[in-house]
Design a protein around this ligand. Structure first.
Ligand code: NAD
Length: 297
């Protein structure tokens, strides 16, 4: 089957994003190393060409939504990689969150082969991926941005051209460092209130209308039971993994070293998520950092 889109990486984000393309009438071949993810995609109306290389050869657009830089580079480079196998004119979009340098390296190699490529990391969580309301932060040429924009309009609501290749990843890195810090601060504040006998629902509602308001508090509350649909109320399952947040804070830390930037809170946040991950929480949603501040029983 000739697909309009080959979508590689059907995880917490990629699966609902790819399904939104299917619902919009696109022919999408979905791919993942985990067979159950592919099965979910097919159950939702998607297709899967079991031979990824032949799917890549005929695709008009290829979208990757993979964990980290190394996964993206291995998907693009090598004899069976996207750059070696895609036909001329294929639009290449990487939505993963990776290092800006890695995004520029892949985009430069793509450009050498005549492909249009954009880095297009997203924000908005799994809820935004399901609802098709993600924010896209796009790096690449103006032409590349304009060609890819209709895809982003299906999967998202706010679409920004941040600048040249890698600029989308730079914005995403700054955003996620701030998010990681805010989630820790929000957790501390709720725990402090609870230690004083406050109902976390009341506390969250009042702070959401006060100067401490932020996304972690208002949309993704880390305290179980405050928000029915937040990962905290589902035993911190799904959502955005602790290890993915740790990866993003690692990108910020490396970048700060190479740009001589001071990120004292970003560094502290990276260390706290690292300790949390090593306690066995790496696979839980990142809002589970709330558990780190529990009172001893
Ligand atoms: P995830 O771990 O749930 O999904 C990644 C998927 O990629 C997995 O299903 C994995 O099996 C698959 N994969 C890995 N290597 C592969 C390969 N070579 N070929 C095919 N599939 C492969 O991660 P996620 O939460 O969906 O996040 C994906 C990216 O989006 C990450 O870079 C993350 O930082 C970023 N992100 C996540 C969120 C979120 O809320 N989860 C929000 C914004 C951005």
């Amino acid at each position: 089957m000739n697909s309009d889109v080959v979508f590689i990486g059907l995880g917490n984000m990629g699966l609902p994003m790819a399904l939104n393309l299917v619902r919009a009438g696109m022919r999408v071949s979905g791919h993942d190393l985990v067979p159950t993810s592919v099965e979910k995609f097919i159950a939702g109306g998607g297709n899967n060409n079991p031979d990824l290389v032949s799917a890549i050869k005929v695709a008009k657009t290829i979208i990757t939504m993979l964990p980290a830089s190394r996964h993206v580079e291995s998907a693009y480079f090598g004899d069976n990689g996207i750059l070696a196998q895609a036909k001329p004119g294929t639009l290449l979009i990487d939505c993963s969150t990776i290092a800006p340098d890695s995004a520029r390296k892949v985009a430069a190699a793509a450009s050498e082969k005549g492909f249009t490529m954009v880095d297009a990391p997203v924000s908005g969580g799994t809820g935004g991926a399901v609802a098709g309301t993600l924010t896209f932060m796009v790096g690449g040429s103006e032409d590349g941005f304009n060609v890819a924009k209709p895809m982003f309009e299906i999967m998202g609501k706010a679409i920004f051209h941040a600048g040249e290749s890698g600029a989308g990843q730079t914005v995403k890195m700054c955003n996620n460092m701030l998010l990681g810090i805010l989630m820790i601060g929000t957790s501390e504040a709720i725990r402090l209130g609870m230690a004083n006998g406050m109902d976390p629902n009341v506390l969250s509602e009042v702070m959401s209308k006060s100067s401490g308001r932020n996304w972690a508090l208002e949309v993704y509350n880390p305290c179980p039971g405050v928000m029915e649909n937040a990962p905290a109320s589902k035993e911190y399952s799904g959502g955005f993994g602790v290890d993915l947040m740790l990866k993003d804070l690692g990108l910020a830390t490396e970048n700060a070293l190479s740009t001589s930037s001071s990120i004292p809170l970003g560094s502290l946040a990276r260390n706290l998520y690292d300790i949390h991950s090593k306690s066995g929480a790496g696979g839980l949603d990142f809002s589970s950092i709330f558990n780190m501040f529990a009172k001893a029983q």
